[in-house]
Design a protein around this ligand. Sequence first.
Ligand code: NAI
Length: 351
Amino acid sequence: MGYKNKKIAFFDAKPYDRKSFDSVNKDFGFDITYFDTHLNPKTVELAYNFDAICAFVNDTIDKKVLESLYKHDIKVIALRSAGYNNVDFKAAFGRVHVVRVPAYSPYAVAEHAAALILALNRKTHRAYYRIRDGNFSINGLLGFDMNGKTAGIIGTGKIGKCLISILKGFGMKILAYDVYKDEKYEKEAGIKYVDLDELFKKADVISLHCPLTPETEHMINEDTIKKMKDGVMIINTGRGKLINTRALIKMLKSGKLGSAGLDVYEEEGEYFFKDFSTEMISDDILARLMTFPNVLITSHQGFFTAEAIHNIAVTTLDNIKEFFDGGYLKNEICYKCDLKECLKDKNQRCF
Ligand code: NAI
């Protein structure tokens, strides 16, 4: 078979990646070499003698990297993620195929978003430390009933829909915004699509589930936060750059924002997934965010469930197998339309 023993350079490898990929690879027989480092213009030469690349969310797949891979006859990059904002599509077009894992467990991310909402509301992250310190006071831990409150969900794809079904279980009203409205789903789920301004005005909790694109970059900024309810909770398990973090901090300091749950951060590449517990955090914005009692940061762990990482390994290796088998790449990203047409109809490709 054409794909057996093909050499894969696996970047940003963590112990749990090795475990799940080694286990799933028993059925594929690839020759995988794990690199701890990120893929970027400085490290790309590590990949020169390989047949395929496996990369993750904080690897840099820019023009330099793509041209360099192409020159060394490496024609496939398998992202082990759903998001693909770290890829320069135009530079990849005609040179390197980029495949991804479009769905591995929307439940994992949606359930993590729900966990952030519940923790911030009832302040369990603070209660945990109080009790360990022998402080049994509940002063300052006041929450609100989720029942009857309004959630504003931006992006009603796989993860957004999952979160909606969870929040409906709490008795929340749902307002949604998506550039492509799913009207059948709107009726069936009993939710309401509104424009962004109305969502900002009426939601008590706002959760972001759209991709990062030039249109969505910094969609949460000082102007949009000013349109929101006083004390609103913002949850971001999408991508860091959906939020202008400086504006978020300003609005938290002013008291306009009630709380923020962040599984992603604009400049996360430097810190997330790594242990800095014995070092200094030199990113002053991240350091400031970490000081707020009403901000809960997790290190891009929304995807991190046993089911999800198993599914990621299966789909990633299957995507690479498809490439070497010379078949249709069902999980290839479209770089021709800048994703606009492809997002319109998920069954249509324009390349
Ligand atoms: P999906 O493709 O199923 O849904 C995305 C939705 O966003 C679609 O309905 C699309 O029409 C909508 N959309 C596109 N542009 C928009 C815009 N300008 N405004 C509003 N909506 C827009 O994707 P899925 O699986 O639900 O994932 C959503 C995002 O979650 C991913 O793009 C990724 O960035 C992030 N993610 C985060 C993870 C984590 O571990 N924290 C793990 C997996 C995904």
